[in-house]
Design a protein around this ligand. Structure first.
Ligand code: CMC
Length: 427
């Protein structure tokens, strides 16, 4: 009878070993190599885990060849256009979209939980004013574990739920405080009369006493289109299966540490330019290029094998066709052009880079396409969000993904402390 799995032959000893397949519901199957070291005395070598699945997961599915992304089976395009970020959060955590009543309860609970302890508020004073909001945010989230130490041990669904809702509700407040501290302006407390996403814009923009900026036309409102655009950005960032920061969150979870410390570690991992920090770097790069005439020279730099320069916002480990999140953001950008004050020069430079990269053999042969970070910065700029807050906005959106992945890890009986091996080449 034909064997179902894989046979590995050690040509030194002539022995062969069989490894079973691990079934998937979609996408590639796995091979269960857990006994490989015991069988052969060798480690598998896979820097960057390009061929290694670290877990089984039922949260997010990506088909990188087709440019497909689904949360709990629902296509990202549907969530971004027909549902809100809070519905998406509920979907990720619970596995299905909420009823109207469930959504109302969820929304209200998050509003009431959005405040932070006054003691934690004082922590911000310890930072130099020029501190980057990502550094302050990562520290504040680690400190949050001191205020909710009880989440170290959780046994009931209710305890998991409370822990998850708390961190999702407080993240926008901590992020807005981190920003306001970096500017030396007073903190604005959450307003429970405002929705999750509007509240964040409010805490970023309001003057002391909760008064809103008055523009020359006497306009004081946060525009619904701005709330909708930011809500979509949160949805697109909500989860992305086993990326670097999620892998960090799961690794810290494996040691038995507090969930908020794991999320703080995820925030630190996200900050890097190869990951979430790319959104800040894209805008820096577009500004550095300065005008459409200079684009060719920067493309040449990106293609030069002797130059470490990379085109930020291009390329992805998994997407080898297009990033569906980038496609959604591009059409959002086109809609916003009509309604908001967009930086036309930045958009022209971005469009020219995209045009060249999509036809140039260097990018085409390496399957390098614009990713989510290529477009998010231009939109966030139009929403009046400063550059240093681009990655904290990614954090706000991704918190639900990290906490959901943390819980899935905890409930997975096959998981162990994360402890990769090495091939020693030293003296
Ligand atoms: N500009 C120029 N060349 C690139 C780029 C780029 N942005 N990205 C990859 N390459 C080249 C790279 O030099 C290599 O060429 P060669 O085969 O000749 O050595 C080839 O493409 C493969 O690159 P890699 O580094 O092996 O690919 P990876 O899967 O390890 O890295 C990546 C993926 C996203 C880190 C990388 O494409 C990159 O650094 N992009 C720029 C940063 C960025 O936009 N990051 C955001 C990713 S999406 C959101 C998120 O994850 O947070």
């Amino acid at each position: 009878m034909a064997k179902k799995g894989f046979t590995v032959t050690d040509h030194r000893s002539g022995k062969s070993y069989d490894y079973p397949t691990v079934e998937s519901s979609r996408g590639p199957k796995g091979v269960d190599f857990r006994s490989f070291y015991k069988d052969t005395g060798c480690f598998s070598y896979d820097p960057g885990f390009t061929s290694t699945a670290s877990c089984k997961s039922s949260i997010t599915f990506i088909d990188g060849e087709k440019g497909e992304l689904r949360y709990r089976g629902t296509p990202i395009e549907k969530l971004a256009t027909e549902h809100s970020y809070l519905e998406t959060c509920f979907l990720l955590r619970v596995g299905r979209l909420p009823s109207e009543e469930e959504l109302n309860h969820y929304d209200l609970e998050l509003r009431h939980r959005s405040f932070i302890h006054e003691g934690l508020r004082n922590l911000f004073d310890a930072f130099p004013q020029e501190a980057h909001p990502m550094s302050t945010l990562s520290s504040a989230v680690a400190a949050l574990s001191s205020f909710y130490y009880e989440h170290l041990e959780m046994n009931t669904e209710e305890e998991y739920r409370e822990m998850a809702r708390r961190i999702v509700a407080k993240m926008p407040t901590l992020a807005a405080f981190a920003y306001r501290y970096s500017k030396g302006i007073p903190f604005i407390y959450p307003d429970i009369e405002r929705s999750f996403t509007e509240n964040f814009l409010y805490m970023m923009r309001a003057y002391p006493g909760g008064k809103m900026h008055i523009d020359p036309e006497g306009e004081r409102l946060i525009k619904p289109i701005e709330v909708k655009a930011l809500d979509t950005i949160f949805t697109l960032h909500a989860d992305h299966e086993q990326n670097a920061s999620t892998t960090v969150v799961r690794s810290v979870a494996s040691t038995g540490a507090h969930p908020y410390v794991a999320i703080s570690a995820g925030i630190s991992a996200l900050w890097g330019r190869a990951h979430g920090g790319a959104n800040e770097s894209v805008i820096e790069q577009l500004k550095m290029i300065g005008s459409v005439e200079n684009v060719d020279a920067f493309i040449a730099k990106a293609k030069d094998p002797d130059d470490p320069f990379r085109l930020m916002g291009f390329g992805h480990r998994v997407y080898k066709n297009f990033d569906p999140r980038a496609k959604i953001l591009k059409s959002l950008q086109d809609q916003l052009k009509e309604e908001l004050d967009m930086d036309n020069n930045l958009m022209r430079i971005a469009a020219r880079i995209e045009e060249i990269a999509l036809s140039d053999d260097y990018f085409v042969s390496r399957k390098l396409y614009p990713n989510i970070d290529f477009y998010s910065g231009v939109i966030l700029t139009a929403l009046g969000i400063p550059r240093s807050m681009f990655t904290p906005i990614f954090v706000i959106g991704r918190t639900i993904g990290w906490v959901t992945q943390w819980i899935e890890f905890k409930k997975d009986a096959e998981q162990k402390i994360v402890r990769p091996r090495q091939i020693y080449v030293g003296p």
